[in-house]
Design a protein around this ligand. Structure first.
Ligand SMILES: [Zn+2]
Length: 59
């Protein structure tokens, strides 16, 4: 669970990818965030429920 202060965003939050990295596997192209989200270096992320989403990029 998150013990950061301020708390990391929930996995369902729009800004969930701003949570702290807890396991960096960037050599494999992904990292795990504090809220359980898996963030891939191609801009997609996987929620703990198994949903794949595209990271929103600001234009
Ligand atoms: Zn956290």
């Amino acid at each position: 669970m998150c013990d950061h202060s301020p708390r990391c965003p929930d996995a369902g939050a729009a800004d969930c990818c701003t949570a702290h990295v807890t396991a960096d596997h960037s050599e494999q192209g992904w990292c795990r965030l504090c809220n359980g989200v898996i963030l891939f270096d191609d801009g997609a992320y996987l929620t703990p429920e198994g949903r794949v989403r595209a990271l929103r990029r600001s234009a």
